[in-house]
Design a protein around this ligand. Sequence first.
Ligand code: GLC
Length: 743
Amino acid sequence: MTGVKGVQMKKEDLKRLLEDMSLEEKIGQLVQLPGFLIEGGSVITGPALEMGFDEETLYNAGATLSIFSFEQIKEIQDQFMARQPHHIPLLFMGDIINGYRSVYPIPLGQGCSFDPELVKELSAMSAKESSAEGLHVTFSPMVDLVRDARWGRVMESTGEDTYLNSCFARAAVEGYQGKDIADAGNVAACVKHFAAYGAPEAGRDYNTVELSERTLMDDYMPAYQAAVDAGVEMVMTSFNTLNRIPATGNSDYMRTLLRDTWGFHGMLISDWAAVNELELQGIANDMAESADLAIHAGVDMDMCTPVYASSLKKLVADGKVSETLIDESCMRVLELKNKLGLFEDPYHHAEQADPKEVLLCNEHRQLCLKAAEESIVLLKNKRDILPLAKEGLNIAFIGPYAEAHRLYGVWSMLGREEDTVSVKEGVEMIAQGNTCTFAKGCRMLDPKYPLCGFRGMEKEEETDDEELLLDAMMKAKRADVVVMLLGEHPAQSGEGGSRGDIRIPKPQRKLLKEIAKVNSNIVTVLFHGRPLDIRGVDRRSKAVLAAWFPGIEGGNAVARILFGESDPSGRLAMSFPYSVGQVPVHYDHFATGRPFNGDISNRFQSRYQDIPNEPLYPFGHGLTYTTFDYTSVELSDDVMTKEKPVTVLARIKNIGNREGTEVVQMYIRDLKGSVTRPVKKLKGFERVTLKPGEEKTVRFRIDRDMLAFTGADMKFSAEPGEFYVYVGASSACDRHVSFTLKD
Ligand code: GLC
């Protein structure tokens, strides 16, 4: 099916349609209905407001979301088009952020792959499966830069770095949208949450964002702009404020920056109920004022509330909102439908598709496995305890994730346990030569903290904790090696998933402590949606693997890496803090006037008295089963001009005895600027796979544009002066060469 061309109406036909529509119809196109209003039940991802939709508005609506089956979509599309005065098709949208049925790692795990090409393939696969079931739009990629592991939605981001997020944003949009969204197998992408939702105060979801304009523009905005430059069809507003004006009512960014400066001509949709929440945020007195603010800010569609539906008509009649504004927004909605070819084929080729051919097909499973393997980060491997031998060992696999099948993130709308390979199943596929035992060991969660998930309270089966512990201890005592499989519950991250204590749940901490008393040969594999405070885990483990929520092939990926069938190649896209007290912590911080020099007898420096400044594991960190040596790092020239960029040449060699993949990272430091400059900024990376003894020269081009920032004059430009260039295996690399930028 992929690639079958769609047919679009001519622009003048669209114009005639708009001219022929009544004001009620045009306002109706600006309304998105929650799926549960029009079919039995869907995931409620936002406040379930008392819906004040009347019948007319219902049938004039422009879109709906969270309906995930072609039969239902077809039935609803036919019903609505028959009732709609001009038979205008609905847009069907949904949160497919890490795969449809072939569920792959959460975006933060994808970020650890440092492999944008992989994410492009994954997004294309997700689009193929979603569109085969009738979906038109996915609310992805989320490109919010994240530095605060308390925030549950870090799992949806590709991490703390501006450049890395921009690379992934572009890749995802290209993957989802393909060459033409009218073609079968493609969907429209929606970049979110615009903007800077990843910086909520105190890491608490939906909270205020307070950023300097320079930090906003230089660190947070580039990834959204990368998505816009890649041709993303939709943008979603964020819940938070920007300079104290909620994004959904903020013309400075939604119109002036997004449309006038960046040239975005696509559709802007609010986040769930965000138009209605302008009142709660204290910048509107009532729904009418909220609608007035949002439509003037350029928000084309009101997600899942009746604010536009109940207010815009009167605002036009009262002369507060010109009908031209309604026409502009309505035209953007019609243009998206036309770009998808929906006026010709309201099912977007899904009627001809055979989902059984694409959903969970072997090719897709293999891609999910590859992604899961590339997302896993080997944080620690003392005395090379890993990889484990495939025979002759007694290995005890202990923890709530030893046999679990829910290895996918909380947003995995169509993820199914029956589609997922558990660690036990993965291990039994590989390590038949070993004696492997399995034990749950403890409950997943601390019963003192009941957990509410996306679909209500998360219930954990009753457990005999004593019995579980006894069984685990017995197996651990007999084992040569213990593999602990621990982590967060999937619903402990994602929307509404902020946590003040970012350790693994208490029952699991207790279990690890008890096991460590009887066996010190411990490897720990973590399943999680955020960087965790793992000091206790790290202290008691000889090796630690960060597996994130790896998706349906998670069990196979973990087993293959544990036994060396596959080499770990992931690198942290977000720092693991030493403790939550450090948060927000990120590698590209400023030097301050009193950088800590290690001398603790000098009180008056920028440091803590009780913990280090550095994270436990920094951005870019990740080990392999071999060793790489950076034999040389040179520059093509030590002077750069506007006309003459410089090239960095880094020679690396695999000096170990196994093949491995290094993610060579290139950082730049601007030693002095008209404003303070970060101690490092990632400006290039390359995955390099080398056999033992093999070496390669990796080249990075540095030009003047890469050195630009928002200076004291608020202009985005590079400033002459000295620059350091670091090339290494993580943001902690300290060996550098330098060049001077002339005017
Ligand atoms: C939610 C989320 C957003 C999601 C939308 C639709 O509140 O903030 O990321 O796309 O609603 O489910």
